[in-house]
Design a protein around this ligand. Structure first.
Ligand SMILES: Nc1ncnc2c1ncn2[C@@H]1O[C@H](COP(=O)(O)OP(=O)(O)O)[C@@H](O)[C@H]1O
Ligand SMILES: CC(=O)N[C@@H](CCC(=O)OP(=O)(O)O)C(=O)O
Length: 305
């Protein structure tokens, strides 16, 4: 039998009502969020398998097809690490941030703005989307300021300022380049690199970049796709629901470490600046984002004010 959409069903099976029910379950969400912006951060750890990248691209293109405006911000920490290792350069991290000298900043830009950004644009095009790859430098999207951190000296236990080099954070976001791309039906794909007022290239943690862009766009949702099921407690169990106060407590107890630190800082900033909710999700799970958003069951860790 041939459908009116031109698809041929050769299975002879009875009509599958469950498929229609899934679409109807999603209808109120399509209606409520049409025209709103979702910022989706795709982490370097979630990118591993080509099938995961294909599923991710399909999810993004589906959001666009139902009238939601997805804006993708990507990471690539492990991929930068691989390139640095091939070039014999060592990396150290402070609170999940890569200490970045001038050479490392150049390599980070090459990997993020070059290789990964264009690969993602390719996956989105293959899924039928019209994607445009940019970094914070393009169209004056983000201007960066240098990040400074303090850490306890292990011997004296005195808090000292640590120089992270060319690690930046967004100082100012001008969304006009995103607005122009979205108005032209495109999906912006953003690499976390930006120039400072001093003209230098800054390496920005991708979660931080995504949070700043979500706040500037007044996004309805921020999704952070990573390689764990969500935020885990001290026993490794999933925490499904967190407020900024819960997060402060978990950080004090040392339950949140490494890459999860900037991720949750970002979630808190996003919900405190008007984003309805931020979600930390397992990007390795097929169609994780669609399952989280369009079904009543949810997945990952929801952060809300
Ligand atoms: N409480 C926690 N729950 C889950 N993951 C945690 C927690 N604390 C630290 N992590 C670490 O955070 C990592 C995710 O951050 P990161 O490695 O930067 O991923 P991405 O590349 O996706 O941004 C996890 O793989 C895990 O090792
Ligand atoms: C300053 C800083 O740490 N920048 C990150 C940028 C990439 C990133 O954040 O990638 P993930 O999201 O995959 O971790 C880095 O150099 O690894």
């Amino acid at each position: 039998m041939v459908n009116s959409n031109g698809a041929a069903d050769k299975s002879g099976a009875a009509p599958d009502l469950a498929k229609a029910e899934v679409l109807i379950e999603a209808l109120p969400y399509f209606q409520r969020y049409a025209g709103r912006t979702f910022v989706v951060k795709y982490g370097g750890h979630a990118m591993g398998e080509p099938q995961a990248a294909r599923d991710f691209a399909e999810d993004i293109v589906l959001l666009k097809a139902v009238g939601i405006n997805p804006v993708v911000v990507h990471g690539g920490g492990p991929q930068i690490g691989d390139m640095l290792a091939r070039l014999g350069v060592e990396s150290t991290f402070v609170d999940g941030l890569r200490v970045t000298d001038e050479a490392t900043a150049k390599i980070a830009e090459m990997v993020l703005s070059g290789a990964i950004n264009k690969e993602l644009v390719g996956w989105l095009s293959n899924a039928g989307g019209k994607a445009i790859g940019i970094s914070g430098k393009d169209g004056g999207l983000v201007s960066a300021r240098k990040v400074s951190r303090t850490a306890k000296d292990p011997e004296s236990l005195i808090e000292k300022v640590v120089d992270l080099g060319f690690v930046g954070e967004p100082d100012h976001v001008d969304t006009s380049v995103i607005d122009t791309a979205v108005a032209a039906g495109m999906i912006p794909v953003i690499a976390p690199i930006a120039a400072g007022k001093d003209g230098a290239t800054y390496n920005i943690n991708a979660d931080t970049m995504a949070g700043a862009i979500a706040a500037a766009l007044g996004a309805a949702r921020l999704f952070l796709l990573t390689d764990v099921p969500g935020v885990l407690d001290e026993n490794g169990d999933l925490l499904t629901d967190l407020t900024p106060a819960d997060i402060a407590l978990l950080r004090e107890k040392g339950v949140i470490k490494g890459g999860m630190v900037p991720k949750l800082e970002t979630c808190v900033t996003a919900v405190n600046s008007g984003c309805e909710a931020a979600v930390v999700l397992d990007g390795r799970v097929a169609h994780a984002m669609l399952l989280e958003f369009f079904t009543a069951r949810g997945a990952g860790t929801l952060v809300h004010a």
